[in-house]
Design a protein around this ligand. Structure first.
Ligand code: APR
Length: 311
């Protein structure tokens, strides 16, 4: 039986970590693609990760390329191609440059592997995943954006720090767009089954929610150059693993809503079940008035960036 073929479009900070994590989990053979000027860099990363295998014991092949033909018949694409945010730049500022790149990537993915499952990470995420879907014409279950998994993970880590308890026992979701308007659903968050709102007072919880909203920017500022890469890579790997191994995990992802939560025609963060069919279904639930208004607010922000793409 053939191993799954995992194509990483963009072999920068996130791409390199995706390659390492995919190899360590033995998700499949990994091929890292980047522009010709960076072909040496991705070939070098591939060799380095190959030479880590004897220490870690994984049996997959890892290679680098700048030739689209090498990506023929890939099963999964994870796209980070683009430029990352610079200090003072918001995700929307990236739109123009990354949109041109995404259109080109979508054309090539469609040509090489029309049946693949595609996870988009490039920012501004909500517009990039929309653009990929629109340009490729892929069915909606085969295209998804990575945002909610990362934002929820950040929220979980801040709660664990606050309560000095294991992050493993914290369950929560962050819905909406991947920007400052994201919607952490504190009402349904639990710590070992105990409602979060019974454990942290509202004022402090609001501070943690705000830190979550700006968590990406906090890291950008600290780095001075580039944006977060370890947690984004792991978040996308969880989604790819659920597809490849048919785990049916329920992960907040930017999925195409067609009526769910009253949203129509936009990719936005919602609880999504990922199986070997891709995004098999969106799990809908009743929102309270505050959550509805916050989701409306984030939807407006998503619509605005999507409109700027002109697609
Ligand atoms: N095709 C393939 N790769 C490309 C293309 C293209 N047309 N254009 C740029 N790239 C590559 C760059 O050469 C670079 O190696 O994409 C890679 C991006 O890597 P980094 O600059 O290190 O960025 P990274 O931190 O990995 O983030 C990637 O994810 O979270 C988002 O905002 C972030 O949009 C950014 C993306």
């Amino acid at each position: 039986m053939n191993k799954p073929k995992i194509a990483l479009i963009g072999g920068g900070q996130i791409g390199g970590n995706l390659a390492l994590l995919a190899a360590q989990k033995e998700l499949g053979d990994v091929i890292i693609f980047d522009i010709p000027q960076s072909e040496g860099m991705v070939k070098g990363k591939a060799l380095d990760i190959t030479q880590l295998a004897p220490h870690d014991g994984y049996d997959v092949s890892i290679s680098g390329t700048s030739n689209w033909d090498d990506l023929k018949n890939s099963d999964v694409f994870i796209i980070t191609a683009g430029i990352p945010r610079k200090p003072g730049m918001n995700r929307e500022d990236l739109l123009d440059i990354n949109l041109g790149i995404m259109k080109d990537v979508a054309d090539n993915v469609k040509k090489q592997s029309p049946d693949s499952f595609v996870i988009v990470i490039s920012n501004p995420l909500d517009a990039m995943v929309y653009a990929f879907h629109k340009v490729s014409g892929f069915s909606k279950n085969k295209v998804v954006g990575m945002a909610g998994a990362l934002d929820s993970g950040r929220f979980r880590s801040f709660i664990a720090e606050e309560l000095n308890c294991s992050v493993q026992d914290i369950s929560c979701m962050v819905l909406g767009g991947h920007g400052d308007t994201m919607v952490p659903i504190t009402r349904l968050a639990t710590v070992g089954g105990v409602p979060l709102e019974d454990l942290i007072d509202p004022k402090r919880l609001e501070e943690i929610v705000n830190r979550t909203r700006f968590a990406g920017g906090e890291i950008v500022k600290l780095f001075g150059k580039g944006s977060a890469f370890y947690a984004p890579a792991q978040s996308a790997i969880e989604m790819a693993e659920s597809y490849i191994r048919d785990k049916k995990r329920v992960i907040p992802c930017a999925s195409l809503c067609e009526g769910e939560f009253g949203i129509n025609g936009y990719f936005i963060g919602v609880p999504s079940l990922i199986s070997s069919n891709g995004v098999e279904r969106i799990l809908e639930f009743e929102l309270n008035d505050r959550e509805k208004s916050e989701l409306n607010n984030t939807l407006e922000a998503v619509k605005k960036t999507v409109e700027e793409t002109g697609l």
